[in-house]
Design a protein around this ligand. Structure first.
Ligand code: PHE
Length: 466
């Protein structure tokens, strides 16, 4: 029951915070690598089309819901449906999802923080050892790093919307951009840099098949922080005078641009390390790229710039990924935080403590599901019942929430906005601050796509993964 709801101080603050959420671990390594493996420029084109024609309408719909309701996702579904009992469930799911994905993201952010600290302490040679990662994630020191990340994220969130989230985004996003550009500038001077660029940008449409399309869409969806209640929550912190349509475009452009520029850093580095790299053999997993493959490359740079120089490159890289991860983590934890504050009437401090406890326990369990606890590491066995493919708690959360629930949440947003809240309401909300929106081509496209093929595609992806 917050009497006066806190708001971002400006449109820029909102855009930076939302872009901070969108720019995450996936942008920096996952995107460039999957582009390179899946058709280079052809993938880039497909991805851009998905962002513009599928993700942007969903993003606008989420933002419109949040701003109109001026509430957390659960409250927004309730309020905009006049407390329909059916629509409570998508509301719950829109809060449970960020809670669970937040846990999974926290685990990775903790490792990044650990690698950042280790690289800064001059231990790059140890990090570059292929067996290091497996040992690192099973040492008790990960729990110290977890405390570090937990304290930092909570301090930001404790500051609230303006003094916490917005301030952090205003510092971290420009810093991230500077670090990224600095790395790109250095990496482009390396031998064979252009070989990597060629794979990244030259289109090969023969590689684009159904599974590449599916992967590109899931990636775009996740990268734009859709289906997680985040944009709904952040948009509930802006006023009616702001232009949502324009802001959504800015967020999408920033996110995609950072992902694209990251490729100008990652690919030249990989190919200068080994000009004969076969792109098809690069790992699909961002985790193994970040923690196993890239440290080796950084260490190899010592031939040119010495051990100290190579360590600096590694520190800059991990700092970059860390900043990207922190702003995403903050955004995802803000969703259940806002829900507890508004639906349960607790203070921000108390909400954060409840989440630190509950998410903290799950994060610890997930962290232990990489071998520390045999049981947690092999507790799930779905699909084939081959014991060798048993899944850990971490895998389970990833599979269920990333692969399956995200498209479901997106589907719910489309159905809710179009068939329960209705087109006129959406147009009315999006026109606030964007007077030319009503009657525009964009309006027609958004209404048409959200009521027809976008929910259809999301439903297909959902059914496909169940
Ligand atoms: N866009 C984010 C990313 O690419 C997605 C995300 C946001 C994930 C918030 C977790 C938390 O990393």
């Amino acid at each position: 029951m917050s009497a006066s709801r806190e708001h971002f101080s400006s449109k820029l603050g909102f855009i930076l915070a939302a872009a901070g959420s969108a720019v995450g671990i996936g942008n920096l390594v996952g995107f460039p690598v999957s582009a390179t493996k899946n058709g280079g420029g052809a993938f880039l084109v497909v991805y851009a089309l998905f962002v513009i024609f599928i993700c942007l309408p969903v993003m606008m719909a989420e933002m419109a819901m949040g701003r109109s309701a001026q509430k957390d996702p659960l409250g927004a579904y309730n309020k905009l449906s006049n407390n329909s009992s059916k629509w409570r469930y998508p509301g719950f799911l829109a809060v449970l999802t960020p809670f669970m994905i937040g846990v999974f993201y926290m685990v990775i952010t903790v490792w990044i923080f650990g690698y950042l600290v280790q690289a800064a302490m001059g231990n790059l040679d140890a990090l570059a050892n292929p067996s290091n990662f497996g040992q690192f994630i099973n040492q008790t020191s990960v729990f110290y790093y977890m405390i570090g990340v937990g304290v930092l994220v909570n301090l930001i969130l404790l500051g609230g919307v303006k003094q916490g989230i917005e301030k952090a985004a205003k510092v971290l996003m420009p810093a991230l951009f500077v670090l990224l550009v600095a790395l790109v500038a250095y990496v482009l001077t390396l031998d064979n840099a252009s070989a990597g660029l060629r794979y990244y940008v030259v289109p090969d449409f023969s590689k684009v098949n159904a599974s590449v399309l599916n992967g590109a869409l899931s990636q775009a969806f996740f990268s734009l922080s859709l289906g997680m209640g985040i944009l709904m929550t952040y948009a509930s912190y802006i006023s009616k005078k702001e232009n949502i349509v324009g802001s959504a475009k800015m967020v999408a452009v920033t996110d995609s641009l950072v992902a694209f520029i990251a490729g100008l850093m990652v690919l030249p580095a990989i190919f200068s390390f080994n000009p004969n790299t076969n792109p098809a053999e690069l790992s699909d997993s961002s985790v193994s790229m970040i923690f196993v493959y890239l440290p080796k490359i950084f260490l190899a740079m010592q031939q040119d710039i010495g051990y100290m120089g190579a360590s600096i490159v590694a520190v800059v890289f991990f700092l970059l990924v860390f900043f990207a991860a922190i702003t995403s983590l903050v955004s995802i934890i803000e969703v259940p935080t806002a829900t507890l504050i508004e639906e349960k009437g607790v203070s921000r401090f108390k909400a954060l403590m409840i989440l630190a406890g509950s998410m903290g326990i799950l994060t610890i369990l997930c962290t232990m599901s990489f071998g520390m606890s045999e049981w947690l590491s092999t507790m799930f066995n779905y699909g084939d019942h081959d014991p060798a493919t048993k899944k850990s708690l971490f895998d389970f959360i990833y599979d269920v929430f990333y692969d399956t629930i995200l498209p479901l949440n997106g589907l719910m947003v489309c159905l809710f906005v179009m068939y329960r809240w209705k087109k006129v309401k959406l147009t009315e909300e999006l026109s606030q601050g964007a007077p030319n929106y009503a009657g525009s081509f964009t309006e027609k496209y958004v209404n048409f796509s959200l009521s027809t093929f976008i929910p259809f595609i999301l439903a297909l992806i959902f059914i496909n993964t169940v």
